[in-house]
Write a protein that binds this ligand. Structure first.
Ligand SMILES: [Zn+2]
Length: 56
């Protein structure tokens, strides 16, 4: 009984970080990619260069 409760609780908490992280990542990508303000785009561009991500 106790084991089943712990397993269920572990399964419930295991999905929330994955979903929230995925939503945050999608939000950041679309926010930086389609932002009209050049400040946001330039910030994302500079961040890509700072982490040595291939850009152009
Ligand atoms: Zn670049």
């Amino acid at each position: 009984m106790t084991t089943m409760t712990q397993t269920a609780a572990k399964a419930d908490t295991g999905l929330l970080p994955i979903v929230s992280t995925a939503l945050a990542g999608v939000f950041l990508i679309f926010f930086a990619g389609f932002a009209q303000a050049t400040v946001f785009h330039d910030t994302a561009h500079d961040t890509r260069h700072a982490i040595a991500f291939p850009c152009h």
